[in-house]
Design a binder for this molecule. Sequence first.
Ligand code: HEC
Length: 123
Amino acid sequence: MTFMNQAVNKIKQHRIKTALLTTLVASAFVSSAAIAAGDAAAGKGKSAVCATCHGPTGVAIAPMYPNLAGQNAAYLESSLKAYRKNERKGGMSAVMTPMAASLSDQDIADLAAYFSTQTLGKK
Ligand code: HEC
């Protein structure tokens, strides 16, 4: 093998390594996003307790409760985390705070995915 061939091979190997590394880094981002992302089907299973007030599809059973159907998932998540941390005060927060207290980050993501994909029209 000539010196030139060796050099070319080194460059090729380097390119392959770089490509592999890029793929690995990219897939790590994808899978961590998948972990953080909510699962609407799982959220539906966890929403039974919420239905008492917010209705089974997030259309509130009475005007004193907020509708959750179609609300942005990111907003649902941030509001649930704020209740969980006891940071949302006033209004009827005393009713909602204990509901969020035992939810995990995954529960919150799943519930947010479920309610955000519902539509306000149906009960
Ligand atoms: C006993 C009735 C009741 C139950 C059960 C209940 N909530 Fe609530 N929820 C409320 C009330 C009342 C509010 C408004 C509180 C306030 O004024 O801050 C609220 C507010 C919220 C909000 C904020 C809405 C907004 O527009 O800011 C979210 C999100 C929410 N609830 C999600 C849930 C989820 C998810 C569950 C089930 C784990 C649940 N709630 C269970 C009564 C309830």
